[in-house]
Design a protein. Structure first.
Ligand code: UDP
Ligand code: MG
Length: 322
């Protein structure tokens, strides 16, 4: 048996969240393997199976049997990409840096070479899309609005636009990231929150190799809500100010009505304005309560202190040397 010294921890870890990626994983692994071998670094890949319903688990197990630098983490059910990624990062053992990449080949593994080349004097090298020309106009518009809103709402932290999770982060940045254990994990925001110097590498995002994206507009909307509510309480303030403004306006209007009634008497009219005011205020109140509810729901989830994920199985062939 080899001793601990002869097989030290890998320098790089590649973390890959996988949900129904059975069709893509073999091709993905081959391309990743070729790229990582060229770097001349010691490396491992951590495949995290996020409760897939296809043959993802079998494909990863088959890959893992051939090499001892493949770690396989099987979650007990589908937890969603953000949590799945966190599980992978928790199990990444790379001493120098960790690379995060999607399994569907939309993030070309070849770009990792550029990420590693740019990894000098910075803690994060993130892959930024050169253009969004392959996206539909609706996706482009919603992404544009989302980034603008995020930039406007969260001061101090800056989330780079057109950037996903595809990136390289140093070990100390990873440790900082992993110290944030919140349940509502808006990764883009968390990456930005930890700070440290960073650099962008431009790349072209490919189409999915096989399978289907699990993100639709409803999910994207919820994702945006998650982003906003996890990083800023500005919506709560907006609710306060809308309340303040409407009550000030109501006060002036009330004074005006009072004076008018005193001078000209009261002819019972104004049903339309009454209805408008009631409906308007009712709407605003419900909206404000909804906003409070969004935050309260998140507080509720955080206070439960549940673990972020449950591991069904963790296989790491190189572990036996640890
Ligand atoms: N993914 C995951 N759990 C999920 C959904 C997605 O681990 O519940 C993984 C998926 O396998 C892929 C990455 O997250 O590697 C990005 O997912 P997808 O391609 O569906 O998103 P898109 O690229 O369309 O934003
Ligand atoms: Mg994808």
């Amino acid at each position: 048996m080899t001793s601990k010294e002869s097989l030290p921890l890998p320098e790089y870890s590649v973390v890959v969240p996988c949900y129904n990626e059975g069709e893509n994983l073999r091709v993905f692994h081959e391309r990743l393997f070729n790229v990582m071998q060229m770097t001349g670094k010691t490396w491992e890949v951590v495949y995290v199976n996020d409760g897939s319903t296809d043959d993802t688990a079998e494909v990863i197990t088959a890959l893992g049997e051939k090499a001892d630098n493949i770690a396989y983490l099987n979650l007990s059910r589908n937890f969603g990409k953000e949590i799945c990624l966190t599980a992978g990062l928790d199990h990444a053992r790379g001493t120098d840096a960790v690379i995060i990449i999607d399994a569907d080949l939309q993030d070309p593994p070849e770009v990792i070479t550029d990420l590693i080349a740019a990894y000098k004097d910075v803690d994060t090298v993130y892959a930024q899309r050169r253009s969004r020309k392959t996206d539909s106009w609706l996706k482009r518009l919603t992404a544009f609005v989302f980034y603008r809103v995020m930039v406007g709402l969260s001061n101090r932290i800056t989330i780079p636009p057109d950037t996903g999770d595809f990136r390289l982060i140093s070990r100390r940045a990873l440790d900082a990231l992993l110290s944030l254990r919140e349940r509502h994990r808006f990764m883009k925001g968390l990456f930005a929150w930890i700070g440290f110097p960073s650099r962008a590498v431009l790349y072209d995002r490919d189409a999915r190799y096989g399978g289907y994206s699990s993100f639709n507009y409803w999910k994207l909307w919820n994702f945006a809500l998650e982003g906003i509510t996890s990083f800023t309480t500005v919506p709560l303030k907006i609710a306060t100010y809308i309340g303040l403004i409407t009550s000030t306006v109501a006060l002036f209007y009330g004074t005006f009505l009072l004076i008018r009634t005193l001078i000209f008497g009261n002819s019972v009219s104004g049903y339309p304005s009454l209805m408008t005011a009631i409906l308007f205020l009712g709407g605003i109140q419900l909206m404000a309560m909804g906003i409070i509810g969004e935050y309260l729901g998140r507080v509720f989830n955080e206070t439960k202190q549940r673990p972020l994920y449950i591991v069904e199985r963790y296989v790491n062939n190189s572990k036996k040397w640890d």
